[in-house]
Design a protein around this ligand. Structure first.
Ligand code: FMN
Length: 389
C-alpha cells in the first residue's frame, strides 16, 4: 500500500490493508491454504486460462446485474461464503459483513464456526441469511443447530462436504496459532504488539471471542484450543451420501452442498435431493495438489446445471472473474477471502464498498461482451480452444 493510495479499488488493495491491520497469525489464517498452497494459487491463476470475447454494437444500454439465488432476488450473482472465525478479523465481524451483504442485496452465509451466533446476526438483519453446517458426530446436536438456524430465519442450508478431516494449513502451525506451546503463545503476543488498532478494536472491544454457535458445547468458551479439541472430536469423517439424505429429510429449506469437484459427486447431489452445489475446493485449504475449481466448473455445469443451481467458489477476485464463471455455466459465485479482507480493512463499509467494486466490474464486463442480463452469459462468450476442456 502506498501513502498516495486514497481508496481501495480492487480485492488486492483490501488484502494489503488487511495485512497492515491484522496480527500476522490472523492474516495468515485467512490468507493461507493447505501444504504448499499450489491449489490455492491455481484457483486464481486458472481464471486467466479463460478469455472473454469482446462483442460490439449490441445496445448495452440496459445492463442489469440482478438475478435470483435459490429463489431469492439478488442484486448480484454473488453470495458471501461461510468463513470460520470471521469475527476475529473485525469487531463482531459476522454482523458487520451480514449487514453489508444485506445493503448490497446479496446473501450472507454464517459459518458453523463463526464468532457471532446466528441469533446475533438475525437481530441485526431484516432479511433471511444462509447457514453453513458441517456434519457433527452428535446428530442430536445437528438437529438442534438446524432448528436454531431455522428459528433465526435461515432459509438456506449450505452443507459443507469437503472437510471429513481438516487440511494441513502449515501457516497456522508456523505462526503459533495452533500448537506451538509456550513458544507459540509468546510469538502470538509479539505479533499482537505490532497491531495495536486491532487489539483495542477487536481484541478488547469485540469480545466474547467464543464460537457463538457452539459455546454450549465447549468446556472453556474463551479458549481457542478448547474449540479445536471439540471440533476435532466432533467433525465426522464417517459421513456419506446416506447422511445427506437424512439431512434432506430434516431440513425443509433449500439445501446447497458445498465442496464438490467431480461430475459423479454432482450427480449424486441431485439424487440426494440438493437444490444446488458449490464447485469448491475450500479455497485450496483442504487437499493441496487438486485442480482449481474454475477448471472443474464447465463439466459439472454441463452435467447438472439444468436440474439444480451450480455455484462456484475459489479464486474469484474481480467482477471479470464472476462474468467468466457465469459464462462457463455457474449460476452464481461465492466469495471467501475477499470479503474477509475488506471487513478486516474497513468493517461493514469496506465489505459494502468492495461489493460495489464487483458490481461495477460485472456491469462493465457485461457491457463489453455485449449482454444486458446475467442469463445471457454463456460459453459463446469464451474463446474456444482455451481453458481445460
Ligand atoms: C479463513 C477461512 C475460513 C473458512 N471457513 C469455512 C467454514 O467455516 N465453512 C466452510 O464451509 N467454508 C469455509 N471456508 C471456505 C470458504 O467458504 C470458501 O469455500 C473459500 O474461501 C473460497 O475461496 P476464496 O477464498 O478464494 O474465495 C473458509 C475459507 C477461509 C479462507
Amino acid at each position: 500500500m502506498s501513502v498516495y493510495d486514497v481508496v481501495p479499488v480492487s480485492v488486492s488493495d483490501y488484502r494489503r490493508r488487511a495485512r497492515w491491520r491484522l496480527p500476522r497469525f490472523l492474516f495468515d489464517y485467512i490468507d493461507g491454504g493447505a501444504n504448499d498452497e499450489t491449489t490455492m494459487a491455481r484457483n486464481i491463476s486458472d481464471f486467466a486460462c479463460y478469455q472473454l470475447r469482446q462483442r460490439v454494437l449490441r445496445d448495452v444500454s440496459q445492463v442489469d446485474t440482478a438475478t435470483t439465488l435459490l429463489g431469492h432476488a439478488a442484486a448480484l450473482p454473488i453470495a458471501l461464503a461461510p468463513v470460520g472465525m470471521a469475527g476475529m478479523m473485525a469487531r463482531r465481524g459476522e454482523v458487520q459483513a451480514a449487514r453489508a451483504a444485506q445493503r448490497a442485496g446479496i446473501p450472507f452465509s454464517a459459518s458453523t464456526v463463526g464468532i457471532c451466533p446466528v441469533e446475533e446476526i438475525q437481530a441485526a438483519l431484516r432479511a433471511p441469511f444462509w447457514f453453513q453446517l458441517y456434519m457433527l458426530r452428535d446428530r442430536d446436536f445437528v438437529l438442534q443447530m438446524l432448528a436454531r438456524a431455522e428459528t433465526a430465519g435461515c432459509d438456506t442450508l449450505v452443507f459443507t462436504v469437503d472437510l471429513p478431516v481438516a487440511g494441513m494449513r502449515l501457516r497456522d502451525f508456523r505462526n503459533g496459532m495452533l500448537g506451538g506451546g509456550i513458544k507459540g503463545k509468546l510469538s502470538q503476543v509479539a505479533q499482537l504488539l505490532t497491531s495495536p488498532g486491532w487489539v483495542w478494536d477487536v481484541g478488547i472491544k469485540g469480545k466474547p471471542h467464543s464460537f457463538g454457535n457452539l459455546s454450549d458445547k465447549v468446556a472453556d468458551p474463551e479458549d481457542l484450543q478448547s474449540y479445536k479439541a471439540f471440533v476435532d472430536s466432533q467433525f465426522d469423517p464417517a459421513v456419506t451420501w446416506q447422511d445427506i439424505r437424512w439431512l434432506r429429510d430434516h431440513w425443509q429449506g433449500k439445501l446447497l452442498l458445498k465442496g464438490l469437484m467431480e461430475v459423479d459427486d454432482a450427480r449424486a447431489s441431485v439424487d440426494s435431493g440438493a437444490d444446488g452445489v458449490v464447485v469448491s475446493n475450500h479455497g485450496g485449504r483442504q487437499l493441496d495438489g487438486i485442480a482449481s475449481s474454475i477448471s472443474k466448473l464447465p463439466a459439472i455445469a454441463e452435467a447438472v446445471g439444468e436440474q439444480i443451481e451450480v455455484y462456484l467458489d475459489g479464486g474469484v477476485r474481480s467482477g471479470i472473474d464472476v462474468v467468466k464463471a457465469l459464462a462457463l455455466g455457474a449460476h452464481g459465485v461465492m466469495l471467501g477471502r475477499p470479503w474477509v479482507w475488506a471487513m478486516a480493512a474497513r468493517g461493514e463499509q469496506g465489505v459494502f464498498d468492495m461489493l460495489d467494486v464487483f458490481r461495477r466490474e460485472i456491469a462493465t464486463a457485461m457491457a463489453l461482451v455485449g449482454v444486458n442480463r446475467v442469463d445471457q452469459l454463456n460459453a459463446e462468450l469464451i474463446e474456444s480452444g482455451r481453458g481445460f476442456n
